[in-house]
Write a protein that binds this ligand. Sequence first.
Ligand code: ADP
Length: 366
Amino acid sequence: LTKQKAAKVIGWARSHYLSSTVLPSIEGERLTIPRESLDLAIERLKEQVTKSKNLSQNLKNLAKDEYERNFISSVVPPDEIGVKFDDIGALEDVKRTLDELVALPMRRPELFSHGNLLRPCKGVLLFGPPGTGKTLLAKALATEAGANFISITGSTLTSKWFGDAEKLTKALFSFASRLAPVIIFVDEVDSLLGARGGALEHEATRKMRNEFMAAWDGLRSKENQRILILGATNRPFDLDDAVIRRLPRRIYVGLPDAENRKKILKILLAKENLESDFKFDELANVTEGYSGSDLKNLCIASAYRPVQELLEEEKKGRVSSNSTHLRPLVLDDFIQAKAKVSPSISHNATSMNELRKWNEQYGEDG
Ligand code: ADP
């Protein structure tokens, strides 16, 4: 394992199964996970496999043809998504809007079946710089709404069955309608439904887009069907008017300010061993321009420092080689790690200006 891969494994194990008190360690090429936590992880994994076998059998029964079967592996039921609104730091207004707009009508459809004013919304766009939590929000929203979650990108519909993209698109919608309540998350919606490519656009792509729009319109006319298309993009300005019109609610997910960075850091570091009286305010103040994703990478880089120190100590023979006793993280770990992890987008970047302009013209709070 490379260190990066090991970090991923550790991150995955921690977020799924292991409490942070049982620390995995890395030594050279070796990754060690304590026995008892591994047993626990295996046990949970077995449970999940059984559960998902049952699920995929149910889905197989629901899928009508080979095209629909293609989406079985993309479906995640609400109790298996594993992210809730509470796991997302900051973005309070966005969470509130999504709750009212999507989760409530999906959970309590009977409240939205009278009159004409309160119609469930069929298209929502999350836009903003990368790493700000759009995907996380989409998943958490499905959990909160008690909805099945299907995630697709342009390549889901085009790459494998290129000639059949149109049929595949139709199948997505027909399969989804049997899974309602369901959220179809279209990540990088600009690449799937971006401005028409003019003469260079492939015929199959054009047909697929037209089919997508038509199926979507069909869905919009069925008031009671609990299906939502939730798009996410860093490049909303690449969307053409026809798509923008079908996404009537457009929500900007921006970079966090200091107060919100503090909230995100508190969530990211909730299970870590920190020095008592850790100065979250100070860390939030020195991470201007960091997205949620940048903050996460910063935390991971910082969490390595005590591990590296321990390994150094072992090399020098100052501690025994199977010690897993790591010192708590201190603010300085983060300050040092900043040299390695810097913000991935600059506040003044052209794309940030374009996003702000687009938000003013099309966004909810523009
Ligand atoms: P986007 O879809 O906007 O590019 P993601 O949702 O994929 O961003 O975020 C990447 C990762 O960054 C998430 O998996 C999460 O670990 C972290 N992250 C981003 N924003 C937040 C947030 N507001 N609170 C907690 N973690 C966050």
